[in-house]
Ligand binder design. Structure first.
Ligand SMILES: *Cc1c(COP(=O)(O)O)cnc(C)c1O
Length: 457
């Protein structure tokens, strides 16, 4: 048996893979092959037998500067020689202090609370918001409102504001559902309407909702500029400015979930900078460690912090995770911030993004592609396909092209590491188009077969 096949079989026997119907990996069906990865470098994932795949979605949106980056690797090795981990209650250490200081300088939010995953950041922000209002004598403000199609993680608390039926339905009885207001998704524009018009329309709906419900509402949670899990739904920054105004008017916290869009994906270090606003709570994870280790953080204001600062223990934020503020993860985050400075990454990404957009032009112009769109280093295309399993079929063809691309429904997207070079970009663009052609050929083939069958009748 080949090494790849051996790891595949052992994994399928022992590992329950995330967000996966395991039967789709079953050897009989093999609708989706499981890919064993031996090592990774730059934009490439290598299997055990000399095949490599370009990681065009940055391993679920976490990687920024390529895999196995020497700068981050060196920082981690150095940290490992000094301090592996210490609990953050009653103790502190250099990496967590420095990271908190640097994030405060970058965001204007001076208090950092750490978790391990994106979903735990969502939980922290929601709990902190409601507890803030309770401490302020307004305990009635304990409900949340999110945006249609929003995604904020999949733990039970986060599912309250994650508006994706497939992820939520089975757990509906467990979830204290939040409300949803219309999305500012620019694809909803009617002829003659601009993205800013759609944003204004969505903001008006938000205003109406808050007018009716603000007395019970602790916070609005928004993914700035791109609702990634909704299918790279992009919106005009006007929506964020209006959301900020409305939250101020109605005494509702604004939680900005930049878990996916933070750290340069949208062109600015943080997406909300493009609207010139500040959050009450800012959730970060994914790119925070450059894609090396799990770490999340919620940054908040002096005003929120002050509402917990008290002689009574119970008025404090009594929330914890065992690995809160892990020194290794914080060092990886510091090394990642260093890379932004050392490589002038945001400016370089403008050129990289423009080059990629030009390479993607044939895909964007494809007759079956709608809403070709881009925000910074995120590219997306909606494919007119009637295949119910378009995404899965496309992903399989992409692997055959040496690419990791996993469409969300019928939305194909690319979110490559920032270090992708010209040649790799061309490889990606060519393969993405070839995989599309192969997928559509299957669809047209099966349509032709149905036609043929009818002819036979
Ligand atoms: C991925 C993601 C989360 C959840 O993060 P996990 O680390 O997967 O728990 C939350 N919000 C957004 C916008 C995300 O993209």
């Amino acid at each position: 048996m080949s090494l790849n096949e051996s790891w595949r079989q052992r994994s399928l026997a022992a590992v329950w893979h995330p967000c996966t119907q395991m039967k789709l990996h079953a050897p009989e069906g093999a609708a989706l092959p499981l890919v064993p990865v031996a090592r990774a470098e730059g934009v490439w994932l290598h299997d055990h037998e000399g095949r490599r795949y370009l990681d065009a979605i940055s391993s679920w949106w976490v990687n920024l500067f390529g895999h196995n980056h020497p700068g981050i690797r060196a920082a981690l090795k150095d940290q490992l020689d000094q301090l592996d981990h210490v609990m953050l209650a009653g103790f502190t250490h250099g990496p967590v202090v420095e990271l908190s200081e640097r994030l405060a300088t970058l965001t204007g939010l001076g208090h950092a609370f750490y978790g391990s995953d994106g979903a735990s950041a969502t939980e922290i922000a929601l709990k902190m918001s409601a507890h803030h209002w309770r401490n302020a004598g307004r305990a009635r403000k304990n409900r949340f409102v999110g945006v249609a199609g929003g995604y904020h993680g999949e733990t039970v608390g986060a599912l309250a504001v994650t508006d994706i039926a497939l992820f939520r339905e089975a757990y509906a009885p467990l979830v204290r559902l939040g409300a949803t207001v219309p999305s500012p998704d620019a694809r909803a524009a009617t002829p003659g309407e601009s993205a800013a018009d759609v944003a204004e329309r969505a903001a008006t709906a938000l205003a109406d909702w808050l007018e009716a419900h603000h007395e019970d509402t602790a916070a609005l949670i928004v993914e700035p500029l791109i609702q990634c899990a909704a299918g790279m739904a992009m919106h005009d920054p006007h929506y964020l400015r209006r959301a900020r105004e409305l939250c101020d008017r109605y005494d509702v916290h604004l939680v900005l979930d930049e878990i996916a869009v933070g750290f340069g994906r949208t062109g600015s270090l943080f997406a909300h900078e493009q609207a010139g606003i500040r959050a009450d709570f800012l959730c970060l994870s994914k790119g925070l460690t450059g894609g090396t280790l799990p770490l999340s953080v919620v940054l908040t204001t002096d005003a929120v912090y002050a509402a917990f600062y008290d002689d009574q223990v119970a008025r404090g934020f009594l929330h914890s995770h065992s690995y809160t503020g892990n020194p290794l993860a914080c060092r990886a985050a510091l090394a990642t911030l260093d890379l932004f400075e050392q490589t002038d990454a945001l400016r370089r990404n403008v050129a990289t993004g423009d080059r990629l957009a030009a390479l993607f032009e044939p895909l964007s112009q494809h007759a079956r592609v709608q809403h070709a769109r881009r925000q910074g280093m995120v590219f997306a295309w909606d494919v007119a396909s009637s295949l119910p399993d378009f995404g899965r079929r496309y992903a399989r063809h992409a692997l055959e092209q040496g690419l990791v691309l996993r469409p969300i429904g019928r939305t194909l997207y690319a979110m490559p590491p920032y270090v992708i070079n010209e040649e790799e970009g061309a490889f990606l663009a060519r393969g993405a188009l070839a995989a599309l052609q192969a997928t559509l050929a299957e669809e047209d083939g099966s349509a032709a077969k149905v036609e043929g069958a009818r002819d036979g009748v």
